[in-house]
Write a protein that binds this ligand. Structure first.
Ligand SMILES: [Zn+2]
Length: 483
């Protein structure tokens, strides 16, 4: 069955592309079928992975299981590199993935080097010409390579607040330090989001965290979040050779696929470190690059794997963003960078999200870009905002119940192709408050090893019925398209 689904996804590539083009007919991308963008390539090498149990087959509108415990049974770790280790680029599966890439299309950008303190060496890079659109040096989000779309880094509509959490799924570490982080590990955040307005987010998963805690990844999918990749071991990707980059991507794609049954079409570079070489490899492995334009710096607060940033500073960021929104000073929406990393980051989101929900339209980062198909398994159709849809999409907003299958047949397939509105935005937007996210370089600090793996009670528990989809009435309007 899975082989056929993947085959279908492959066939749909071109159709999806045409659909996206027609959706952006008035925008910068152009309406003709001769767009410079190549479609992403579905990673066919994952077609032999068996569908896991306990996951939904399509977008889940609820009810949601919010039991407080999850099994800590890992995937079969013999089939993967050592978690948090550097994957062997010569592994046959990596080499097979290498063969699927057209290397003539990959820019010959140098493999970058880091300093002893972990900072990237940018001294000899031509920042004015920025030939490889190296975000770490210039905050570039518009690739110089003609077939690559602009990175997704913001929400086009003023008032939209694109929610993202990196570095998950948050594994318990069983090291009973002073913060006792275990109770903050998943499913704490996912349950909390479900219980606070059925809030959805875009989750950027580290492959190493998925293989050691696949049940948490399942819950992320089952709760209707968007799943994306955040590499296997969280390196600065421009310091990886081509083979090493493919290995980081490949094992993470495989881990998410084996844990949840989906093949993701999006990824976020750790520390934002990406250039056109890495973008083009990701794109040819089926993924579009996603960044941010507001950074909480939450990872740097004291906590397991954290730093020494005073939480009051982060409080100040949030209050400042709220004040600015209330004052009408924003010209676009935002994509926010947060982490599901430790007690501190999760409790910070629990403190501020209810306040944000009162001021912003809080949505998953990809929803504000009208991306309905975040996976190569096309039966997953996610609800999006109505903002970017045609008037007819708003004609039946009184519809209160939409089944997953109904949504699948009616929602316009925007896929993950570039949005005209996003393309029209100036790249300078990406530089707002991103300095903190630049060259964070705490790769070693982020995400601790899982030392022990318990198993505990089953995933049977309380269920949360969605009273209103977090995307709100706009989402229902979008779903209620009359064909
Ligand atoms: Zn990260």
């Amino acid at each position: 069955m899975y082989f056929s689904l993947i085959s279908a996804a492959l066939v749909l590539v071109s159709g999806d592309f045409v659909s996206a083009q027609s959706a952006t007919a008035s925008g910068a991308v152009g309406a003709s079928s001769t767009s410079p963008y190549l479609p992403q390539t579905s990673p066919a090498y994952l077609s032999n992975i068996t569908k896991p149990s306990g996951v939904v087959d399509s977008y889940n509108f609820g009810p949601y299981n919010t039991s407080a415990t999850l099994s800590h049974e890992p995937l079969n770790l013999k089939n993967y590199p050592k978690p948090w280790g550097k994957p062997d680029p010569k592994h046959p599966e990596v080499q097979a993935a290498m063969k699927t890439i057209n290397w003539d299309k990959v820019p010959k950008a140098p493999t970058r080097k880091g300093k002893s303190n972990g900072d990237l060496i940018t001294d000899n890079y031509d920042e004015d010409k920025d030939p490889y659109c190296w975000w770490s040096d210039t905050n570039c989000v518009k690739p110089k390579v003609s077939y690559l779309p602009e990175d997704i880094y913001m929400c086009p509509n003023v008032g939209d607040w694109g929610l993202t959490y990196d570095d998950g799924p948050f594994n318990p570490n069983h090291e009973k330090g002073p913060l006792n982080d275990d109770k903050w590990a998943e499913p704490q955040l996912y349950n909390w989001l479900a219980e606070h307005g059925n809030q959805k987010a875009t989750l950027f998963y580290i492959g190493s965290n998925v293989v050691t805690f696949p049940e948490a990844a399942k819950r992320g999918l089952n709760h209707g979040h968007y799943l994306c990749s955040h590499t296997w071991s969280h390196p600065q990707m421009t310091t990886m050779s081509n083979e090493e980059a493919v290995a980081e991507f490949y094992w993470t794609l495989k881990a998410i696929k084996e844990a949840t049954g989906v093949t993701v079409k999006c990824w976020r570079p750790p520390y934002g470190d990406v250039d056109d070489r890495i973008r083009s490899i990701a794109w040819q492995m089926g993924m579009r690059t996603v960044l941010w334009n507001l950074d909480t710096n939450d990872w740097d607060m004291p906590g397991d794997g954290g730093g020494d940033l005073a939480p009051s500073k982060v409080d100040g960021y949030f209050q400042g963003w709220i004040d600015k929104q209330k004052a009408g000073k924003y010209k676009t929406g935002h994509i926010l960078l947060e982490h599901e990393l430790n007690n501190s980051t999760v409790s910070m989101t629990e403190k501020w999200l209810p306040k944000l929900q009162q001021v912003f339209n809080v949505v998953p980062a990809l929803a504000c870009q009208n991306i309905t198909h975040p996976y190569w398994e096309e039966q997953f159709v996610y609800p999006t905002e109505a903002h970017n849809t045609t008037k007819s999409h708003n004609s039946n907003s009184s519809q209160s119940q939409v089944s997953a299958s109904g949504a699948a047949s009616s929602v316009h397939a925007a896929s993950i192709q570039p949005s005209a509105q996003a393309s029209a935005q100036p790249s300078s937007q990406a530089s707002e408050n991103v300095d903190a996210g630049k060259n964070n370089n705490n790769a070693a600090a982020q995400g601790s090893d899982v030392k022990n793996l318990d198993s505990d009670s089953s995933d049977a528990g309380s269920l949360v019925m969605p009273t209103m989809l977090t995307l709100g009435a706009a989402a229902f309007a979008s779903m209620a398209i009359v064909n």
